[in-house]
Each structure stands twice: as structure tokens, then as C-alpha cells.
Design a protein around this ligand. Structure first.
Ligand SMILES: Cc1cc2nc3c(=O)[nH]c(=O)nc-3n(C[C@H](O)[C@H](O)[C@H](O)COP(=O)(O)O)c2cc1C
Length: 357
């Protein structure tokens, strides 16, 4: 096996020690929306990745959507992220923060009683977990066209703060049914102005967020994650292939750090479209092991592979992939919220060996 996974690669302005990325994963362990020492320990444990992509992080107080997720809009948060950056850098890894405005996937409980905003006043079906239990997601308030530039600008401000905190870049979360993905969709976006309707119009918000971040910190520190075809968070798109094609065309030629596809069976060759049209590094994700990673890297389908639940459960995942060692199994009951258990206490190989002696 050629082990391309373990060769360095340059993405945009950043050189990575290997082609293994930690996929973004919300863990709901930052009370007060401020990254803390436990969060820094968790990310630092996983810093042997080439690229750590953090959990979804709120770029603005108006974009909050889940319990105890961290933000990046004030000085305390910058100080918290500085600790995360230091912990990852100490292991040789680079770290991008995933900027996630949740849009309609929210509740007034997260917004001081305010109504979540979205492209259109269409509620997502389903409940959201709040501090007082699951509650139906409310009908969001449709953003007025005059308000949209200010929402887009929050991505630029958060990107500036990311670099101030010593982080290496940002990933714009355009996937999984959050605000940019709501704009991209044909069921959550019913607008008839320049932000809705044609695919070019539906891509405009995502592109605006990417440009705001790129203008703030340079395109080589900005990556983009999309999932066209995913129905997660009650999203639907009548022609996801056309949407991804439009996104890849809109993002090419800008010197961006990468395009990252969420894995999934979307019924078309999403990875092939990304590769053919986008002119920067491509990250693929979803159920990868070492053999499949090497095969996709060798075939030129991807430049990096992102690992989610396996990285969550294996702080030393790169070492285990390199040596073919067995993996710890992730415990889904401790994914979202809680303390060190199921977060920073998954053993490394060395710890497993020591326990066996
Ligand atoms: C606990 C958990 C939290 C997640 N949170 C996020 C998130 O904040 N942002 C995001 O883009 N994807 C999120 N995902 C999706 C992962 O990034 C990834 O796409 C998914 O786990 C599939 O990859 P895997 O098969 O390697 O686990 C999350 C996944 C898990 C398991």
C-alpha cells in the first residue's frame, strides 16, 4: 500500500503534515459559548492530524442553535480558541474553525427569546434539544434583503478573529441544512429576489460568506463544506447535481484552501463533479478506513480524507491508520454534551498497551 495519507500537502496558505483531516463534530461542551481547557485538551489529543476542523462554531450571537456550542465573536472566545490553536500546533497539526450559522435550526431559547432567521418563513420539521428538553423548531423569520449583507459580514469578522486567535483558517459550513445550506435548497428557500429561485441566486449567500472570509484573511485560509443532496435537517433540493456544479464553478479560480464534501449516497458522482470543476484541494468524508482512503487518493478523487466518528473515538487515529491497529468504537451516548467521559478519555494505543501489561 502506498501510504499517500502520510505525505504532507499544501492547501492554500497552509502546509499539512499529512492528508488526514479531523471532520467537524459538534460536541456541546463549551458552556457560555467559550472554548475551555477541556476543549483544548480534546483537540490537542487529535493534533497529529494534518488538519483539525473544529466543531461548528457560531460566527455571531444571532446564529446560535444548539446547547453549549462555542462561538467566535467576542474576546473571551478568542482567548479560548487561542488555547485550542496552541494545543493542536504543539502536535504539528493545523486547525480551521468551522463557521456555522444554524439559521432555522434553532429555537428562541438560544436567542434570548428572539426568532431564528432563515431565507424564508419555513420551519424545519422536527424537534431541537434545548436546556429544558426537545421542542419543535419554530417558523423562522425570513431575512429581509437589506439585512443579508450584515449576516454575511459576520463570517468575515469571525474569520478575522480566528486568525487573531492563532487558528490557521476557517471552514464555511455550507452543508447539513444550516443557514447557507437553507439558502442553497429548494424547500427552505422560497425567495423570489436575487437570493432565491435560480441556482445562481441560491448559491449567492454561500458565495458571499466565502468572499467575506477570504477578503478578511485571504482565500488560502478559507475552506468550504457542502452536502448537496443531503436531506439532513429537513433539507431538499430538486436538482442537487446542478447545485453542486454551480457551487464548484462559483468557487473555482479563487485560490481557496479546499472544497470539502460531506459523505453520503446522493445518487450522483458528487466527488467527480467537485474534482472536475473545482481547481483546489478536495476533501472527501464519510465512512473511510485506511484502504479506501489510499484508493481514493491514488485514483486522484481526493487530496485529503476527513474522519469523523473514528477520530472522535481514537485520539491517535493517524498512528492507528499507519500501523493498521484496531480502533476504539465510538460511544454515541456521549457524543453531544457531558464532560470528559467519551470526550478526552478514549485511550491511545500506548495507553491500551500499558493497561494490558
Ligand atoms: C458527534 C457528531 C457531530 C457532528 N457535528 C458536525 C458539525 O458540527 N459540522 C459538520 O459539518 N458535520 C458534523 N458532523 C458530521 C461529520 O463531520 C461527518 O460528516 C460524519 O460523521 C461522517 O463521517 P464519518 O463516517 O467519518 O464519521 C458530526 C458528526 C458526529 C458524529
Amino acid at each position: 500500500m502506498t501510504k499517500t495519507l502520510f505525505t504532507p500537502i499544501r492547501i492554500g496558505d497552509v502546509t499539512l503534515q499529512n492528508r488526514i483531516a479531523m471532520a467537524p463534530m459538534t460536541r456541546n461542551r463549551s458552556p457560555g459559548a467559550v472554548p475551555n481547557d477541556l476543549n483544548a485538551l480534546y483537540y490537542g489529543q487529535r493534533g497529529t492530524a494534518g488538519l483539525v476542523i473544529t466543531e461548528g462554531v457560531t460566527p455571531d450571537a444571532g446564529g446560535r442553535g444548539y446547547i453549549d456550542i462555542p462561538g467566535l465573536y467576542d474576546a473571551a472566545q478568542v482567548a479560548g480558541w487561542r488555547k485550542v490553536a496552541g494545543a493542536v500546533h504543539a502536535k504539528g497539526g493545523k486547525v480551521f474553525v468551522q463557521l456555522m450559522h444554524t439559521g432555522r435550526i434553532s429555537h428562541p431559547d438560544f436567542l434570548d427569546g428572539g426568532t431564528p432567521v432563515a431565507p424564508s418563513a419555513v420551519a424545519a420539521r422536527g424537534d431541537i434539544f434545548t436546556k429544558t428538553g426537545p421542542k419543535p423548531m419554530p417558523v423562522p423569520r425570513a431575512l429581509d434583503a437589506s439585512e443579508i449583507p450584515a449576516v454575511i459580514a459576520t463570517y468575515g469578522r469571525a474569520a478575522t478573529l480566528a486568525v487573531e486567535a492563532g487558528l490557521d483558517g476557517v471552514e464555511i459550513h455550507g452543508a447539513n441544512g444550516y443557514l447557507p445550506s437553507q439558502f442553497l435548497s429548494t424547500n427552505a428557500n422560497l425567495r423570489t429576489d436575487e437570493w432565491g429561485g435560480s441556482v445562481e441566486n441560491r448559491v449567492r449567500f454561500l458565495l458571499g460568506a466565502v468572499r467575506a472570509a477570504a477578503e478578511a484573511i485571504g482565500p488560502g485560509r478559507v475552506g468550504v463544506r457542502v452536502s448537496p443532496g443531503s436531506t439532513f435537517n429537513d433539507i431538499a433540493d430538486t436538482d442537487p447535481e446542478a447545485t453542486l456544479t454551480a457551487i464548484a464553478n462559483a468557487l473555482r479560480g479563487q485560490g481557496l484552501a479546499y472544497l470539502h464534501l460531506v459523505g453520503g449516497a446522493y445518487g450522483y458522482d458528487a466527488a467527480g463533479i467537485a474534482r472536475r470543476i473545482f481547481d483546489g484541494p478536495v476533501i472527501l468524508n464519510g465512512g473511510y478506513d485506511a484502504a479506501r482512503s489510499e484508493a481514493d487518493l491514488a485514483a486522484g478523487r481526493a487530496d485529503l480524507i476527513a474522519f469523523g466518528s473514528s477520530f472522535l473515538a481514537n485520539p491517535d487515529l493517524p498512528e492507528r491508520l499507519r500501523t493498521g491497529a484496531a480502533l476504539n468504537a465510538p460511544d454515541a451516548t456521549t457524543f453531544y454534551g457531558g464532560d470528559a467521559r467519551g470526550y478526552t478519555d478514549y485511550p491511545t494505543l500506548a495507553e491500551v498497551d500499558a493497561a494490558a501489561e
